[in-house]
Design a protein around this ligand. Structure first.
Ligand SMILES: *Cc1c(COP(=O)(O)O)cnc(C)c1O
Length: 235
């Protein structure tokens, strides 16, 4: 078996262990951005069905090339400009990066009728960084209320990319605040079941704090071309 296949199995085993340890139910989204479709196929054959992409054109090309794999669930997790919503509405199953009503409305209007509602998460800017996408917590409820009314979207939950930090306390606090916001919203909207937080470097802390979906790229597919400014440590 190739490395990618082995990585899928070992990341899944780690998630299982963490779920047991913290009594959670997190699942794996394999982030295949910048990686060729062959890598997705390898992960597929190791049993992985949910994949995340960040870039519209790259994602759409991969989905089109892999359309015979009908049970793959494709998640768009990158920043989305309003002039690029149409292919996303047409090709993807989920969009996790809703950060304003304009984008939500366009996706709603452009969703093909035969595809059923598009699953969406609202992206929260949990660390209040000026250059980060996502809504701040204070604006979350208002946006959720508006998104929940769009008939071709199904509001599934929240997604966040916390500030890169080695400060475990600080990171914990961000995850805890997200979990609180998630539980609050879940009480109001029955379709909400997804708290998408945790990446290769902070998977453990995210699951400990109630993540239901970890988005893992590096630990499965290896480092990407453009290296992160911060080295991620293996769990
Ligand atoms: C790239 C990316 C990931 C995966 O990050 P890794 O550190 O490689 O696991 C997860 N979520 C989002 C939104 C990303 O852009």
């Amino acid at each position: 078996m190739t490395d990618i296949g082995q990585n899928i199995l070992s990341v899944k085993a780690q998630i299982n262990d963490l779920n047991q340890q913290y009594q959670q139910n997190a699942e794996l989204l394999a982030v295949s951005k910048t990686k060729p479709k062959e890598d997705v196929i390898t992960a597929y054959h190791a049993g992985q069905r949910k994949f995340g992409e960040n870039y519209v054109q790259e994602g759409v090309e991969k989905i089109a090339a892999l359309q015979s794999y009908t049970d793959i669930e494709w998640h768009f997790i990158g920043p989305l400009q309003s002039n690029k919503t149409k292919p996303v509405a047409e090709y993807f199953d989920w969009v996790q990066s809703i950060d304003r009503l304009k984008i939500a409305k366009r996706l709603n209007d452009q969703r093909p009728a035969n595809k059923g509602p598009l699953n969406v998460c609202i992206q929260v800017n949990i660390s209040n960084e000026a250059n980060k996408s996502g809504v701040v917590l204070e604006e979350l409820e208002a946006l959720a209320q508006q998104v929940a009314q769009l008939p071709e979207l199904k509001l599934r939950g929240l997604m966040a990319i916390p500030l890169k930090t080695h400060d475990t306390m600080e990171l914990s606090e961000m995850f805890i605040a997200l979990q609180k916001a998630f539980i609050n919203l879940k009480d109001k909207y029955p379709t909400i079941d997804t708290l998408s937080m945790g990446m290769t470097a902070d998977m453990q802390l995210a699951i400990k704090n109630g993540s239901t979906m970890v988005r893992i790229g590096t630990a499965i597919f290896g480092a990407r071309e453009k290296p992160n400014s911060k080295k991620t440590e293996d769990l």
